[in-house]
Design a protein around this ligand. Structure first.
Ligand SMILES: CC(C)(COP(=O)(O)OP(=O)(O)OC[C@H]1O[C@@H](n2cnc3c(N)ncnc32)[C@H](O)[C@@H]1OP(=O)(O)O)[C@@H](O)C(=O)NCCC(=O)NCCS
Length: 172
């Protein structure tokens, strides 16, 4: 069984907001996700089981205003974890960003989020520093970075949304 990544649309937002409520703390509001759909330098992706399927299994939002991109938020539906989806989506994003000439991807992750830290490390991210009391509840964040040159991760060469965009769905 495969996974199918595509740019997020407004119709996906209810599902994304529902997943985010269970996955991230603090969760994002609907308007916060909505505004990401409109940003030209933001890549907002979802994954479904196949391209005709409406059920959102995972999503990620990456801002890439320049050579360094920033993972803003990312989650896999609670019922779909440990199927390789998180890893798949990150690999696809990294391969896409490489083709966009982005040279690094940075993120913040809760110090106690062992699952996410393990996933990022398995892909080649490294911790660059600790941000004390970064989150509203006082938990520290690890700042992590993925260097494209050093890791040379390859994704699915068929994933290139720039090739079949309709303006609204474009991933810039
Ligand atoms: C973190 C998260 C995205 C992982 O998604 P996933 O689809 O379950 O991850 P994968 O199946 O691709 O796992 C890839 C690797 O990550 C690590 N990993 C994932 N979940 C793990 C867990 N619960 N405990 C330990 N390691 C874990 C493992 O190394 C795993 O490889 P393996 O299955 O061969 O052992 C998911 O747990 C999630 O959505 N969590 C809540 C939101 C979140 O934390 N987002 C990140 C914010 S920075």
């Amino acid at each position: 069984m495969g996974f199918s990544p595509r740019p997020a649309t407004e119709d996906d937002l209810d599902q994304i907001v529902a997943i985010d409520k269970t996955a991230n703390s603090p969760p994002w509001s609907r308007p916060a996700f909505q505004s990401e759909l409109e940003k030209k330098q933001t890549h907002f992706w979802v994954v479904t089981e196949d391209e005709d399927d409406d059920q959102i299994l995972a999503y990620a939002v990456v801002a890439a205003p320049a050579e360094q991109a920033h993972l803003q938020t990312f989650a896999v539906h609670p019922s779909q974890r440990r199927r390789g989806l998180g890893s798949y989506l990150m690999r696809q994003l990294i391969a896409f960003l490489m083709r966009q000439k982005v040279d690094s991807l940075v993120l913040e992750v809760r110090r106690g989020n062992a699952a996410a830290i393990q996933l990022y490390q398995s892909l080649g991210f490294v911790v660059i520093h600790t941000m004390k009391s970064f989150y509203p509840d006082g938990e520290d964040a690890f700042s992590m970075i993925y260097l494209m040159e050093r890791n040379k991760l390859s994704g699915d060469p068929d994933v290139d949304f720039d090739a079949d965009t309709d303006g609204k769905k474009n991933i810039h």
